[in-house]
Design a protein around this ligand. Sequence first.
Ligand code: LLP
Length: 472
Amino acid sequence: MSQPLAPDWLHEPPDANELHPALWPANVARNGAGEVEVGGVSVSQIARQVGTPVYVVDGADLDARARFVKNALTAPFVDRGMAVTCYYATKALLSADIIKRVMAHGFGADVSTMGELRWALAAGMDPHHIEFLGNNKSLPEIRAAIEAGVATIVLDSIQEIARVNDAAKTFGVTQEVTIRVNTGVHASTHEYLATAREDQKFGIARSDLDSAGEHIASASHLRLIGLHSHIGSQIFVADGFVEAAKRLLVDYARLQATHPLRMLNLGGGFGIPYTPSDPAVDLEALATELATAVVDTSQELGIELPDIAFEPGRSVVGPSGVTLYEVGTTKQVVVPSDSGDATRLYVSVDGGMSDNLRAALYHADYTAVVASRVSSESPALVRVVGKHCESGDIVVDAAYLPGDVTPGDMVMVAATGAYCHSLASNYNVVGRPALVIAQGGEIHTSLRAETLEDIMGRDVGLGLSGTPGENT
Ligand code: LLP
């Protein structure tokens, strides 16, 4: 029976129990009883140990992915005589365990706030492998980054040049900086995820670069070592990256006359599949295309090959994470349409937009399965929704789950490793879920669940907390 409420991209699966191999971490599989295990731990065991909702990272999958991404982005450039630095974009997901794991695979860290900086340092990241960026860094943030000895600060405005210079002077150091350039490249992604169109807040326009270069040249404590571009996030094709690299190189060649430039940072933004209809990015092919373009353009411009940097986040951690929820209620909702009434099964789970904001914010699509059992019931079109007080509280807008999905079942959502925990909130005074790493038949809690005491403790009027803190 055709389902008029299903989006065009969603097809009814022959078997709603199936785990689509392109969408789930490598060590997610059903056991003999039909229950899903992550890293060898059954979902019911995880729920018993830490409750639901819970973010679960497949540890071995994360290691393999970090290794793969690092190598895919590095090899084509190294083969062509360029050095490559990879900074993991900590905004995607941050905990000591995550930092340690990506560090072990040779990643530095891209941080953009005091919080990310302090957390990465506390987790053991070498400051010389940290890059600090952001469009409105506070003075305390700039000072903390310089004092820690970060490798580079990415300048995002002309005004910032004097601020960073003054701070470097205070510490008596020369700070290496790069300039984030708004290349004007229109990346094909959601509007909120595109960061180099003209009409947005990031970077210095190409037309202002010479002026920025002059300011930096006359700043006593800054050394301009490169240019930076990040065109956006969740991008699947090479052309935007290639075009941005070409434009950057033209500016790089010109500014080299007055600055010791050696570094071209091409940002992050490599897309991952969330649904069966999303393409898979061939990262090795994309990086090869990019490396070739850098070589060709450098030759045309008559300059030496630059060192290269990347800042991937989502592609490192996104596909390794899943979220587990428990179903609380289900509801058949009749939806009138021109072609007659249709029904949609609403499946309410014990989390929602507080642990995954991406559907509400970007209309992001996801894939889900019932993880606690298999069912022979035919698939039903469902919308997985949360427990928050708004109708936009959607976790998975459209999916086919077994038609007998019922309270007590566990629902597992794919590809929630990036930008789910980091965008989580306490809406409706709901604590942020724990994040566990599953591997080798065991789980390790990386971030414990937030308690009501954590949240209510901030209310000075309740008299539960110590002294009021300060923003940084
Ligand atoms: N570099 C810069 C300067 C960035 O702003 C970002 C992401 C990255 C690197 C890493 O991009 P990635 O490789 O993770 O795509 N909350 C949105 C994504 C926002 C991306 C913010 N910047 C989402 O959930 O889709």
